[in-house]
Design a protein. Structure first.
Length: 333
């Protein structure tokens, strides 16, 4: 009897073998997902502890752990506008035990600012789901003469290149938000990068810089106490945390929007049943009154979703910020 080779094996036999292999893999994946999680999960936040992003995600992580029945360990890995930790997340094992923050600055802005960011936001991550959204704010020192956005624009035009603004660092949302604002209003601003939102606002309060773009969780209490003046929020609608503060769009810059979107992502390749389990746990956490109240205190609004809904949002964000970065001429390297 002639020896059977892959070339001479009947097609039906080869197909049956392939189908059996696929079935075996699917069965193993299902069993793995059923036991998941069997050990602590690491959640990478690519920013220093204490910042607005860490605050928002920490408000969710405890309830996420409760819903999953496993410990969620926060791992802050800062550097290069959040791209260092995000790159580490992309290269992690796709077993569901390393997840991380999906954020406007790292996934939509960073790849357009850095010449070689080291990851593709559309291909290297599996979307788990949205967490929340929050606006940035334009704040100034109390001594700054402008009390509205039109007054700020007029002052900057009268003093071209003499008005500086602080940000959380090169390549961060607050940096590009400032560049976007300058481009849309036809003014010249000088960017002063800091190593985080905290140092930028400390210098603003100290009078070392006249203005800054920063997330509302970091500016709201300071504005309430008189340490700074909040001129506007960068969302299209007013923030529920500070409804008395108008948007930039309603102050003469139609359509201006530069919001922060927080989400959870995993490395590409994590089995779908695990993604679904993580998404279900995340949405359960976001439905908690405790989490919703905590997010509200930070000026963030919960934004539950399916993985597909967040993936579609991210695709739109990458496209939007590519245009903004190109128009502003901003570069991080």
């Amino acid at each position: 009897m002639p020896k059977t080779t892959p070339e001479t094996t009947p097609v039906i036999t080869r197909r049956a073998f392939a189908a059996g292999t696929v079935a075996t893999i699917l069965a193993k994946t299902a069993a793995f997902a059923q036991d998941y999680p069997a050990r602590p999960i690491t959640l990478i936040i690519p920013f220093p502890p204490g910042g607005s992003t860490t605050i928002v995600i920490r408000s969710v992580s405890d309830k996420l752990a409760e819903a999953l029945g496993a410990q969620v360990v926060i791992d802050n890995r800062a550097g290069a506008g959040g791209t260092v930790g995000t790159r580490a997340l992309a290269k992690s094992d796709p077993d569901g035990y390393t997840i991380g923050l999906g954020y406007t600055g790292t996934l939509a802005i960073g790849p357009n600012l850095y010449s070689n960011v080291g990851y593709d936001p559309r291909k290297d991550f599996a979307a788990i789901g949205r967490v929340a959204t929050a606006p940035n704010t334009l704040v100034v020192h109390p001594s700054f003469p402008a009390k509205t956005v039109p007054e700020f624009i007029a002052y900057a035009k009268a003093n071209p290149g003499k008005v500086s603004f602080g940000s959380a660092g090169i390549g961060t949302v607050s940096h590009v938000c400032g560049e976007y604002f300058a481009t849309e209003t036809g003014i010249k601003l000088v960017h002063v990068p800091y190593k985080g939102t905290g140092p930028a606002l400390s210098d603003l309060i100290g009078g070392h810089i006249p203005a800054a773009f920063a997330p509302i969780p970091a500016t709201y209490e300071n504005a309430k106490s008189g340490n700074m003046r909040m001129l506007a929020v960068t969302s299209l609608t007013r923030s529920k945390l500070a409804p008395e503060i108008p948007t930039i769009a309603e102050q003469g810059v139609p359509g201006f929007e530069a919001v922060l979107r927080y989400a959870l992502v995993a490395p590409a390749g994590v089995p779908r049943p695990i993604i679904e389990k993580l998404n279900k746990a995340l949405n359960a956490a976001l439905a908690s009154d405790e989490v919703r109240k905590r997010l509200a205190l930070e000026g963030a609004e919960p934004l539950p979703s399916t993985p597909e809904e967040y993936a579609a949002d991210l695709d739109k964000e990458v496209t939007l910020w590519a245009k903004v970065v190109k128009a502003s001429g901003a570069k991080a390297d």
